[in-house]
Design a protein around this ligand. Structure first.
Ligand SMILES: [Cu+2]
Length: 157
């Protein structure tokens, strides 16, 4: 036991994050961090110029104690979809998913990450809902309804 304690102390010196685990390693087992707790809000689709290609935005809140990862977003209302990252001049597909840190919000928003929706059917109309299915590594699939909003719509708050 003494030896384990020394190793633990050494590890804690190198990596601060191991400290919490070490503190629990006595007679009682270490308490694991709470799992990721995911909710998705503010989902919307700006009214696209054509139904052939639209984008979707939303905010992911993780109020749990563990990180998760958004692996993919699909929609039964679109022929295909992909997660993209915009820069000032271009956009590219996100590979490997998107980190969803613990105790944090992760936004898909204008001029940043977005979901491309190709071939929406039925074609989008203001107020119509588009179903989004977000697949998380640990939390499974979260389904939300994105509302089609005017092109100038901005999510506030
Ligand atoms: Cu895109």
């Amino acid at each position: 036991m003494k030896r384990a304690g020394l190793l633990c102390a050494a590890g804690a010196g190198v990596l601060g994050v191991t400290l919490a685990a070490c503190a629990g390693s006595g007679s009682s087992p270490a308490k694991a961090a709470s799992p990721a707790k995911i909710s998705v809000s503010g989902a919307y689709v700006p009214m696209p110029a054509s139904p052939g290609m639209a984008v979707a935005y939303f905010v992911i809140d993780n109020t749990g104690g563990s990180a998760d990862r958004l692996l993919a977003v699909s929609s039964p209302d679109a022929q295909s979809s992909e997660m993209d990252q915009s820069t000032a001049t271009s956009m590219s597909a996100i590979s490997g998913g998107v980190d969803v840190p613990a105790h944090a919000s992760t936004a898909f928003a204008r001029d940043g990450r977005h979901v491309m929706l190709m071939g929406l059917d039925p074609s989008p109309k203001l107020g119509r809902k588009v179903e989004l299915r977000l697949s998380f590594q640990h939390s499974g699939t979260v389904t939300v309804q994105a509302t089609v909003q005017p092109l100038t719509y901005q999510l506030t708050g």
